[in-house]
Design a protein around this ligand. Structure first.
Ligand code: MG
Length: 293
């Protein structure tokens, strides 16, 4: 099932999408008043079956509504993973933007950081260039994992039982802030720098997540192309590492890392400019399309 959050006037609605038909059914009327996708994921065992009941209004064209991020305001920061594809480790190391220096060595443990909840924006919304704050804006197309059942001390073997589903994240990065402040929070968390969506796709629609292919294009030019199976630290490893001492909560989002082909991977770097359109697509999950404003 593909769930969306969309706005109808001042209201926020939950929809179920038929991507092939290009339509969305507003299912908010089937749910307790005020239930959003985060609440739905949290109470999935109870509320998921409600979505199958008859009584939802007629489907409307998907392009007639304004999609927000499927979880527009996450419960807490989006968990992120740095340097999790081999070729990206090398390009990042060469770029001189890493801290403390130019190393192409593979990490031996997952590198974790987070993006502020206020950075989350819709799948087709404009991304702010933040002039005066950053002059070196970059993209990072990534698979996002949405946690269903929470827990602490989740083993690799049990990890997928805690995955509710998947989405796409563009981990937009202000490279100068990342370099100059020697951290991965400020440079990753500017407002609108986490486009997400377009759908929250339940795990049962994705029989083998490692087979998914990710592509990022800028103004139609392909920049990143990779398979999820090429992650250095796979999804079970990320869940086991995070949950070893932090209780994962329903609706938590883990951006699993970006492959080679980011702007600083080029010489000279190809930073984003106003008017550029960044498209991140993953097979079975749809595509984000965001203009730099
Ligand atoms: Mg990233």
């Amino acid at each position: 099932m593909k769930l969306v959050t969309f706005s109808a006037g001042a209201d926020e609605r939950v929809g179920v999408v038929d991507a092939d038909a290009g339509v969305v059914r507003d299912v908010s009327g089937l749910l307790p008043a005020g239930t959003g996708v985060l609440e739905l994921v949290t109470r999935w065992d109870e509320l998921g079956p409600v979505l199958e009941r008859p009584g939802a209004p007629e489907a409307v064209p998907l392009d007639s509504v304004r999609l927000r991020a499927p979880i527009p305001v996450p419960r807490r920061n989006v968990f992120c993973v740095g340097k999790n594809y081999r070729e990206h480790v090398a390009e990042f190391g060469r770029s001189g933007y890493d801290t403390p220096g130019r190393s192409e060595a593979l990490p031996d443990k997952p590198i974790l950081f987070s993006k502020a909840t206020t950075s989350v924006t819709g799948p087709y919304d404009d991304v702010s260039a933040h002039p005066g704050v950053t002059a070196e804006l970059d993209y990072e197309g990534e698979l996002g994992v949405i946690i269903g059942r929470g827990g602490r001390g989740i083993s690799r073997a049990d990890a997928y039982e805690h995955v509710w589903g998947y989405t796409i994240v563009n981990d937009v990065t202000a490279r100068d802030l990342q370099r100059d402040h020697k951290q991965w929070l400020l440079g990753k968390s500017l407002d609108t720098h986490c486009p997400m969506g377009p759908y929250a796709v339940t795990a049962d629609e994705i029989p083998d997540v490692t087979a998914l292919e990710l592509e990022t294009a800028v103004n139609g030019e392909s920049r990143q192309l990779a398979l999820v199976k090429d992650l250095i630290f796979d999804i079970p490893e990320l869940i086991a590492t995070l949950s070893a001492g932090i209780t994962l909560l329903p609706g938590d989002i883990i951006a699993t890392g970006t492959p080679a082909g980011v702007g600083i991977g080029f010489e000279p770097p190809k930073f984003l400019r106003r008017g550029d359109v960044v498209e991140v697509s993953i097979s079975g999950l749809g595509a984000l399309r965001n203009r730099i404003a």
